[in-house]
Design a binder for this molecule. Structure first.
Ligand code: CO8
Length: 374
C-alpha cells in the first residue's frame, strides 16, 4: 500500500472585497426600497416590513469582517443584489474552471510538479455551474493532465471528502497523484436580500495536490488517515435542481433556489457531531490531543470553531494553533479549511501532526490527519 501525502496547495482569491460596512449599507438601502414599494401591503398586514441588518450583529454572531467576491457591483446595487457575471461562450473556459485552474497551478508550483504528473482531477465543490460535461474534465483538458476527472459535491465537506477519495486511490495504487480543486462561487447561490444569511459567504478557489509520498519533491504533509461521516438533515438546503422546470410554479425565482439554513439548529446539532467525529478519528489513530500542533477547521463561525478547538484539545487553543481565516474570507464552503491549511502550515516542524476538518450541509463531516515531513 502506498502512503498519500499533500505536497502542494493553492488559493485563488478574487480581487474585490466587500466589508461589513459596505454590505450593510447596500442591504439597508434595499430594505428602504422594499418597504417603500410595499408600503400599502405592509400597512394592510399582507406582508412584513423588512428590518435593517447591522455590522455589530454580523461580527458578533459570526466573526466575519469582510468577504472576497468575483463581482461586488451587482451585489451592492440595491436594485440588483446578486453578482453580475458575464455569460461565457461554450468554447471559453467556464468560470469555475478558470478560478480552479489558478489555484491548481499554485499547488503544482508549490509541489514543484507539472500538470503531466497528475493522474486524476476532482472538482469538489458545493455547487457546480452546470451538470455536464464535468467541470473537472474541463480543467483536466485545460491543464493538460492525463488520467481521468470527475465532479463531486458534499457541500462544505467537498474538499475533505475529495481528499479521502484521492488518498484511497493512491493507497490502492490506481493513481499516483490527484488534484482536488474547490472553486466556490458562493456569491452566486447566496440570497443577498435575506438579512439572516446575507453576510455569510464569499468566493474563492482552493486546490490540493496529493501524491504518493515517495514522489514528493519537497517538504510535505503525510496523510496519516482520513475519515468521512454523513447524517441527513434539511437544516441547510438548496432546492435548485433540474426538476425545477417541471414544477407547476415553473422557474420563478423563489427563495429556495438559493442557500437556506436554520443557522441556530445547525450550530447546535453540528457541534457535537464534529467534536465526537474528531475524538473517534484521533482515538482510532492513537493520536492524543497533546500530539496535535494545529487544527485547520471549517470556516463558518468563530464561536463554533472556538468551541470545537476547546473540546478537541481539552483547553482553549492559542489563535496560532487554530487559525481562522473567516474574518477575511467569510464562509467559503468547502474551501475554508484548505485556505487555513494553505496559509498556516508551512511553519510546522518535521514530525508535527495536525488535523484538517470540514463540516456542513448534509450534514457532513470530513477529517484528515496529517504529519509534516521535512
Ligand atoms: N442583522 C441584525 N440582526 C439580525 C441579522 C442581521 N444581519 N440576522 C439575523 N438577525 C436577528 C434575528 O432576526 C434574530 O432576532 P430575534 O432574536 O429578534 O428573533 C437575532 O438576530 C438572532 O438571530 P439568529 O438566531 O439567526 O443568530 P445566531 O446567533 O444563530 O447567528 C448564524 C446566526 C451566524 C448564521 C449562526 O447561527 C451560525 O453561524 N450557525 C452555523 C451555521 C453553519 O455553520 N452553517 C454551515 C453552512 S455552510 C455549508 O454547509 C455549505 C452550504 C453550501 C454552500 C452555500 C453557498 C451559498
Amino acid at each position: 500500500m502506498h502512503i498519500p501525502a499533500i505536497t502542494g496547495t493553492g488559493v485563488y482569491t478574487p480581487s474585490q472585497v466587500i466589508t461589513n460596512a459596505e454590505l450593510v449599507a447596500a442591504f439597508n438601502a434595499y430594505v428602504d426600497l422594499y418597504n417603500t414599494e410595499n408600503a400599502v401591503d405592509i400597512d394592510a398586514g399582507i406582508c412584513d416590513a423588512k428590518a435593517y441588518s447591522s455590522e455589530g450583529f454580523i461580527e458578533k454572531a459570526s466573526g466575519i469582517k469582510q468577504r472576497y467576491v468575483i463581482d461586488k457591483q451587482g451585489i451592492l446595487d440595491p436594485t440588483v443584489m446578486h453578482p453580475l457575471l458575464r455569460q461565457r461562450a461554450d468554447d471559453e473556459p467556464s468560470l469555475m474552471a478558470e478560478i480552479g485552474m489558478n489555484a491548481a497551478r499554485q499547488a503544482l508550483d508549490q509541489a514543484k510538479k507539472s500538470s503531466h504528473d497528475v493522474d486524476l482531477v476532482i472538482c469538489a465543490a458545493s455547487n457546480m455551474e452546470r451538470a455536464y460535461p464535468a467541470v473537472a474534465i474541463e480543467i483536466q483538458n485545460l491543464l493538460g493532465t492525463g488520467g481521468f476527472a470527475f465532479d463531486m459535491n458534499v457541500a462544505c465537506s467537498s474538499a475533505t471528502f475529495g481528499i479521502q477519495a484521492a488518498a484511497d486511490m493512491i493507497r490502492a495504487g490506481s493513481i499516483r497523484s490527484a488534484l482536488v480543486i474547490n472553486p466556490e462561487i458562493c456569491s452566486a447561490h447566496l440570497e443577498w436580500r435575506d438579512r439572516d444569511c446575507h453576510f455569510i459567504f464569499g468566493d474563492v478557489a482552493t486546490a490540493t495536490l496529493i501524491e504518493r509520498e515517495q514522489d514528493a519533491n519537497s517538504a510535505h504533509f503525510k496523510v496519516i488517515s482520513t475519515r468521512c461521516a454523513t447524517e441527513f438533515s434539511n437544516n441547510i438546503r438548496n432546492n435548485n435542481g433540474y426538476l425545477r422546470r417541471s414544477r407547476p410554479t415553473g422557474m420563478a425565482d423563489q427563495r429556495d433556489m438559493q442557500f437556506m439554513q436554520n443557522g441556530r439548529k445547525v450550530f447546535k446539532e453540528v457541534l457535537p457531531l464534529v467534536s465526537e467525529h474528531i475524538a473517534r478519528h484521533m482515538a482510532d489513530g492513537c493520536v492524543q490531543a497533546s500530539d496535535l500542533k494545529r487544527l485547520w477547521l471549517h470556516q463558518a463561525n468563530k464561536t463554533m470553531n472556538d468551541f470545537i478547538g476547546k473540546k478537541v484539545l481539552g483547553r482553549t487553543p492559542d489563535p496560532a494553533e487554530q487559525p481562522n481565516i473567516l474574518q477575511d474570507y467569510a464562509n467559503t464552503s468547502s474551501a475554508g479549511s484548505i485556505i487555513a491549511f494553505s496559509k498556516y502550515s508551512n511553519d510546522l516542524q518535521d514530525g508535527a501532526k495536525g488535523l484538517i476538518c470540514s463540516f456542513g450541509a448534509g450534514y457532513s463531516v470530513g477529517s484528515v490527519l496529517v504529519e509534516r515531513q521535512g
